[in-house]
Ligand binder design. Structure first.
Ligand code: OGA
Ligand code: NI
Length: 348
């Protein structure tokens, strides 16, 4: 079908439309703070963006441009390697880090290759999604031999972007009227990862997607995209897909599911997807910021009262995550686990 394998072909209603509207709606927020009230103003801009879009871009974020360029360079060098070479660092049944090119979103294959690495090495996660299974497994990163500077560059980059993620977490807490460190304890043994995404040119961009529509499951995503473009978010007001314009050296931040739950639906984890094109390859580098595996995610007590009851039952981050990742890498019959599953009757 149109030059791509059937496994990549989206259902007709999911296929991207050729003309996408150009809008400048998604806020671009300058993180450099000056003067009295600077922090409050910044937090309130972030809060507005989280309520309205669940997405924003940041500039003057503190991550050195030179480091970002270096990580982009090693990512490109890695994906340029012959497939046999890349597969030497391939993920396997026991270790989900490393290279793979078979990810599925909602059971359709994504037009992309990825390399995943844990931010914390080692990272602790439940051995299975079964609630009665208390076994915890230890995961370590798998690294490729080439390019030689891959490991060091990625590790350095993780540390810097992680700092930005913690800073954003504080600003988000403030924006909810809470102390800056209110959410920090949830990340003592964070389980997040950095992903290098490579979207090759696609012969049938009207049939396939780089990543099918989804919401990010963690707390926050901090994404660097190159100048090609392709990320689209679904506007809450009318369901229209809105492209996120590449801005050199900016980061795209999105609220993910756990923050939607902690905020008791004040903030939205917005649906998004990636369209591909037939001419240019595209690179993007998301850092997925995830809580510790033992964190029980539920609406924050300070944000819940009689008029505004909890909209979600509590769930274990580790079990939720492990349940989800189980369905990412192969086509499953069942739908994958979503936070809607934990909704209380009050949320209707
Ligand atoms: C993701 C994602 C967007 C992009 O990997 O979850 O949404 O632009 N990526 O690559
Ligand atoms: Ni995503």
């Amino acid at each position: 079908m149109g030059g791509v394998d059937q496994a990549f072909v989206q259902e007709p209603e999911q296929r991207p439309k050729p003309s996408t509207i150009e809008v400048d709606g998604i806020p671009v927020i300058d993180m450099s703070v000056s003067g009295t009230g600077g922090i409050e103003k910044l937090a309130s801009e972030i809060g507005n963006a989280c309520r309205k879009w669940g997405f924003f871009q940041v500039i003057n974020h503190g991550v050195p441009l030179e480091l970002r360029q270096r990580v982009e360079k090693v990512a490109k060098a890695f994906f340029d390697l012959p497939i046999e070479e890349k597969r030497k660092a391939k993920r396997d049944e026991l270790n989900f880090t490393g290279y793979h090119d078979e990810e599925h979103t909602k059971n359709v294959r994504d037009w992309k290759e990825v390399f995943d690495m844990l931010i914390e090495d080692p990272t602790f996660l439940p051995a299975s999604p079964d609630p009665d299974d208390e076994e915890i497994r230890t995961y370590s990163n798998k690294w490729p031999e080439n390019p030689p500077e891959f490991r060091e560059t990625c590790q350095e980059y993780c540390r810097e972007v992680e700092k930005l993620a913690f800073k954003l977490l504080e600003l988000i807490s403030l924006s909810l009227g809470l102390p800056a460190n209110r959410l920090s304890d949830f990340f003592k043994h964070q389980t997040g990862m950095l992903r290098l995404n490579y979207y090759p040119p696609c012969p049938s961009p009207e049939l396939a997607l780089g990543v099918g529509r989804h919401r990010d499951g963690g707390a926050l995503t901090v994404l660097a995209q190159d100048d090609v473009g392709g990320l689209q978010i679904r506007r809450q007001s009318d369901g229209e897909w809105i492209p996120i314009k590449p801005i050199p050296n900016a980061y795209i931040i999105n609220i993910a599911d756990a923050l939607q739950v902690w905020s008791n639906n004040l903030y939205v984890s917005a649906e998004h997807r990636v369209v591909v094109n037939s001419e240019r390859e595209r690179f993007s580098i998301p850092l997925f910021f995830f809580p510790s595996h033992y964190v029980k995610v539920k609406p924050l007590e300070e944000l819940v009262n009689e008029q505004n009851p909890a909209k979600y039952k509590e769930y274990s981050w580790g079990k939720f995550y492990v349940n989800r990742t189980g369905s990412n890498y192969k086509k499953l019959e069942a739908k994958n686990l979503q936070i809607d599953h934990f909704k209380t009757p009050e949320s209707e």
